[in-house]
Design a binder for this molecule. Structure first.
Ligand code: SF4
Length: 315
C-alpha cells in the first residue's frame, strides 16, 4: 500500500465501518492479469492484508477476505459474461489504455470488468466506494445487473457509487500523475522515517521556483497538497505565506512534510509491525472473512443457478 491508497480509499472505508455491512476483498485474481511472479503473490496478499488491518479496517466490523478463496467469484463471472456485450468491454477506457502499447493482450484484461461486476453482485452490493477511474466499470456492473435481471428475474440490485468525502485523486511524487505503483511515483504507507525523507526529497515542486529566494506558488505544488493531509492547518497556513514570500526553501518545506508524515503514520507502522510478526493471526482473520463471505456467496450462486436453469451448486 502507498499513501495514495490510504488517503484516497482505505481511510474512507474505515469511516464507513459503522454505517455499512461492508465486504472488502484483496483482488488477487485481478492482480494476475498483468505480469507477476507467482513466488511473490502470497506474500503480497499477506502484506496488503497487514496494511489494510493496520490502517484500521477492523475485521470485527467488516468482512475482509482474499478474492480467490471464494470460488463463487469466478463462477458468477462466467455466468454474467453470458449477458455482457463484447463491445462494452472493448470500450472500457482502462482496457484501451492498458492494451494500447501491449505486444499481446490476454483475455483476462478484457474480461476484468465482468469479474469486478461479480465481486460486487455476488454480495448483492448496493453501494460501492469507487474512485473516479472506476466509475465506468461500475456503470458496466449496473448494465450487467439490468440485463441479467431482465432476462432471468430480479435478483441483483443496481449498485450505486458511494461518493467519498476524502476520495480525491492523490498525485504522486512527480506531481503530475495519480500516485500509482505502475508510475513509480509512490510513497509507501509503511516506509520508515529515513525512507520518507529520501522519497519526499525527490518530489516535484512549483516548477517556476528555481532558486530559494524566488517566491513560490504553493497552489501548483503537490508537496503543499500533501501538507494538507499530514500537517496541521496552522502549519499549512504558515507554509503558504512563507512559500509565497520566499521565506522557506523547498528542502525545508519537504523536511517538514516528511517529519509530519512519519509522525502521523507512526501508529499505522507500529500496528503493521505487530501484525507482520504474527502472520498466522493474519491468515486466521482472512480465513474467518472467507467463511463469512462464502456463506453469502453460496446463497447468491444457488439462486442464480436456479434462475438460469442450471443444476444446483455442488458446493
Ligand atoms: Fe512547494 Fe513548499 Fe517549495 Fe513552496 S516551499 S514550492 S509549497 S515545496
Amino acid at each position: 500500500m502507498h499513501i495514495g491508497n490510504y488517503l484516497g480509499a482505505v481511510r474512507n472505508w474505515v469511516d464507513l465501518l459503522d454505517d455499512y455491512d461492508g465486504f472488502y476483498c484483496i483482488v488477487d485474481l485481478h492482480a494476475i492479469t498483468v505480469q507477476y511472479d507467482p513466488r511473490d503473490l502470497e506474500q503480497r496478499v499477506l502484506d496488503l492484508a497487514v496494511g489494510l488491518l493496520a490502517s484500521g479496517l477492523d475485521p470485527e466490523r467488516c468482512t475482509l477476505f482474499v478474492q480467490s478463496s471464494v470460488p463463487e467469484h469466478t463462477e458468477l463471472q462466467w455466468l454474467l459474461g453470458t449477458v455482457t456485450p463484447l463491445g462494452e468491454l472493448q470500450r472500457m477506457t482502462q482496457f484501451k489504455d492498458k492494451s494500447r502499447d501491449a505486444e499481446s493482450v490476454n483475455a483476462g484484461l478484457l474480461t476484468y470488468p465482468v469479474l469486478q461486476a461479480a465481486d460486487i453482485l455476488l454480495y448483492l452490493g448496493e453501494r460501492v466506494p469507487v474512485g473516479e477511474d472506476q466509475r465506468q466499470h461500475l456503470e458496466l456492473t449496473r448494465e450487467i445487473a439490468r440485463r441479467w435481471n431482465a432476462r432471468f428475474g430480479q435478483v441483483f440490485p443496481e449498485p450505486q457509487p458511494l461518493i467519498l468525502p476524502h476520495g480525491k485523486r492523490i498525485l504522486g511524487l512527480d506531481g503530475a500523475t495519480k500516485m500509482s505503483k505502475s508510475q513509480g511515483n509512490t510513497i509507501p504507507l509503511l516506509a520508515e522515517p529515513d525512507e520518507l525523507h529520501s522519497l519526499v526529497r525527490t518530489a516535484v515542486t512549483d516548477p517556476a521556483r528555481v532558486r530559494k529566494d524566488d517566491p513560490g506558488n504553493p497552489h501548483v505544488c503537490n508537496v503543499f497538497a500533501l501538507h494538507g493531509h499530514f500537517s496541521s492547518s496552522a502549519e499549512r497556513d504558515d507554509i503558504e505565506i512563507l512559500c509565497q514570500t520566499a521565506g522557506i526553501g523547498c528542502v525545508d518545506c519537504k523536511n517538514r512534510l516528511a517529519d509530519n508524515l512519519a509522525e502521523t503514520l507512526a501508529p499505522v507502522r507500529e500496528r503493521a509491525r505487530e501484525l507482520a510478526d504474527r502472520p498466522e493471526r493474519v491468515r486466521q482473520i482472512l480465513a474467518a472473512g472467507t467463511a463469512s463471505a462464502r456463506s453469502v456467496a453460496r446463497e447468491t450462486i444457488a439462486e442464480v443457478r436456479q434462475r438460469m436453469g442450471l443444476s444446483t451448486s455442488p458446493s
